[in-house]
Design a protein around this ligand. Structure first.
Ligand SMILES: C[S@@+](CC[C@H](N)C(=O)[O-])C[C@H]1O[C@@H](n2cnc3c(N)ncnc32)[C@H](O)[C@@H]1O
Length: 303
């Protein structure tokens, strides 16, 4: 299933793209944003598209085929943005986009263990392991972190109220055998919730939310070091922009949004804030795209 881009028209409008501009999409995914950016900057503008996931790059190449050499592709972590731009001799840079997190096909089809709804190996690396030897898989984290380290990431990155109990049960379970698959982890989480909520339901939903949601989010953030990477790359992105160039960041949870807001303010001497408050999805988009519910867009312009 193709990824449906979130806040598409808002992002494109706020990036203020002109024909002939050079733009970077740091999170290609299924190229939904890239495609419209390329239409705006055609016929002479260029797009540099980056994604850590080799399959996303392959898919994006197909979706953007008609733009020929106006679109360049790099499979890498956007942590290396500056190095990539130097190596590709790309510039001057007029716009940069980050649309964070996972894409729909990654979540539903890649077998990476992002979803608790299918039984898959607990990998969760966006790169699927391609030249990201330094990143541990989610299974390594689950099996090798101490109980207190697990509690900490579940609390910090998932705001999970039963963080300590779930960490404890993970440690008990992994003594019997390593936890390698999503279903094994999901069962442990469900067990804790059933006991705490005195429920005999197979899935004790909490206000329409699956009890494993927060733990899976926390684990994905830790696996990909998402917050550290974001903190490092945003100042680099501002450095790279030409005067008048714009940076747009779409986040999906409050931890990311806080980092973006803070880093924009920290760089206030060299950027103008374009979005005083984060832009969120309107009713029409919310009705057709669940993922838009938590999306927040912030934009700055380089002075
Ligand atoms: C939400 S999707 C982007 C969707 C895209 N805007 C579209 O319209 O189809 C996020 C993409 O960013 C990639 N990604 C996430 N973190 C990354 C990182 N640190 N470096 C490179 N790519 C990353 C993921 O692999 C995923 O393909």
């Amino acid at each position: 299933m193709k990824h449906v881009p979130v806040l598409l028209s808002e992002t494109i409008d706020l990036l203020n793209l002109k024909t002939g501009a050079n733009v970077i999409d740091c999170t290609l995914g299924d190229a939904g944003h890239s495609e419209v950016m390329l239409e705006k900057i055609s016929p002479n503008g260029k797009l540099l598209g980056i994604d850590a996931d080799p399959e996303s790059v392959l898919r994006a190449k197909q979706y953007l085929y008609r733009f020929g050499e106006k679109a360049e592709f790099v499979r890498d972590n956007f942590l290396n943005l500056k190095k990539i731009v130097t190596e590709e001799k790309f510039g001057p840079v007029n716009a940069i986009l980050f649309d964070l997190g996972w894409s729909t096909p990654q979540f539903q089809e890649r077998g990476r263990g992002f979803s608790f709804e299918v039984d898959e190996p607990l990998d969760m690396r966006f790169s699927g392991g391609q030249s990201n030897a330094e990143l541990q898989t989610a299974a390594q984290i689950i099996n090798d972190y101490s109980e207190s380290e697990l509690t900490k990431i579940f609390k910090q990155y998932g705001e999970e109220k039963f963080a300590d109990l779930i960490a404890k049960e993970i440690v008990v379970a992994r003594k019997k055998s390593r936890i390698e698959k999503t279903k094994e982890l999901t069962e442990i989480i469900l067990g804790v919730y059933r006991e705490k909520l005195h429920s005999d339901k197979e899935v004790p939903w909490i206000g329409g939310i699956h009890p494993a949601t927060k733990i899976f989010q926390a684990l994905r953030i830790e696996t990909n070091k998402e917050l550290e990477v974001l903190k490092k790359v945003l100042p680099d992105a501002i450095d790279l922009l030409a005067p008048g160039g714009r940076l747009a960041v779409i986040t999906f949870h409050s931890l990311e949004d806080r980092i973006v807001k803070h880093l924009f303010m920290k760089n206030i001497s060299r950027v103008k804030i374009i979005t005083r408050k984060p832009v969120v999805a309107g009713e029409k988009e919310l009705a057709i795209n669940q993922r838009a519910r938590s999306a927040k867009l912030r934009v700055v312009e380089k002075i």
